[in-house]
Write a protein that binds this ligand. Structure first.
Ligand code: PGA
Length: 254
């Protein structure tokens, strides 16, 4: 059976009231495999969402975390704070955080470590810019991101990390990678992780594609051998679209 994780990355959208309303509507969509679905929400919505999602089987995730447990880091949120709420996932290294908020390969590595120590599953984002792809350096670039992200992390821990391949040129642009381009990179990532660790890690890893995934292209993308789901931004904001993608994945999982 193929494994999937369909995660809706809401980014900086929705108020808590809107978030709770969304869950009410999502419940009415009767997801076949809610255990394969997660909502990745802004910090202020995590607590109300945790309550709203109770008993649904749908997982909850944060969009960022600080790598220190506490201290003078104004505006930041620690892993202990996320753990207290009962968050299952946390996104690390999203390209928007790398671009606008100074996230580096070094901070990504520290964040992965603190999350793994505390039992929250990281969703690690990697992916190249258009310029890098035009120079045909996308594999070397992503290889560098992965090697730096996983430095000092054991095989056992590395196997727990969800990797999201998100080409920057496809995020929020409407320009989805073709299923072939997405599969080529997800397969490359699996192979690279097998090289970095051990051949046994390949079958354990969940590798998502992210970048303008929507109901219309989800089936072609999710049918690919090395694509275990999606990190979905824009399309996850609408309950019907998000549920449709989850239905497609559930059908393909069988
Ligand atoms: P998008 O965003 O689906 O709106 O392209 C994906 C992401 O950034 O995770």
């Amino acid at each position: 059976m193929k494994r999937f994780l369909i995660a809706g990355n809401w980014k900086m959208n929705k108020t808590s009231a809107q978030a709770v309303h969304y869950v009410k509507e999502l419940k009415a969509q009767n997801l076949e495999r809610p255990e394969d679905v997660a909502i990745i929400a802004p910090f202020t919505q995590l607590e109300p969402l945790k309550k709203a999602l109770e008993g649904t089987g749908i997982a909850l995730g944060a969009q960022n975390v600080h790598y220190e447990h506490s201290g003078a880091f104004t505006g930041e949120i620690s892993v202990d704070m996320l753990k207290e709420i009962g968050v299952d996932y946390c996104v690390v290294g999203h390209s928007e955080r790398r671009q606008y908020f100074g996230e580096t390969d070094a901070t990504v590595n520290k964040k992965l470590k603190v999350l793994l120590e505390e039992g929250i599953t990281p969703i690690l984002c990697v992916g190249e810019s258009l310029e890098t792809r035009e120079k045909k350096q996308e594999q070397a670039f992503v290889c560098g991101q992965l090697a730096a992200a996983f430095e000092g992390i054991s095989l056992e821990d590395a196997a727990k990390v969800v990797i999201a391949y998100e080409p920057i040129w496809a995020i929020g642009t409407g320009h989805t990678a073709t299923p072939e381009q997405a599969e080529e990179m997800c397969s490359f990532i699996r192979g690279m992780m097998e090289g970095l660790y051990d051949i046994s890690i390949g079958e354990k890893l969940l590798i998502q594609y992210g970048g303008s995934m929507k109901p219309g292209n989800a089936k072609d993308l999710l049918s690919k051998k090395d694509i275990n789901g999606g990190l979905i931004g824009g399309a996850s904001l609408k309950v019907k679209d998000f549920a449709e993608i989850a239905h497609i994945a559930a059908e393909l999982a069988e």
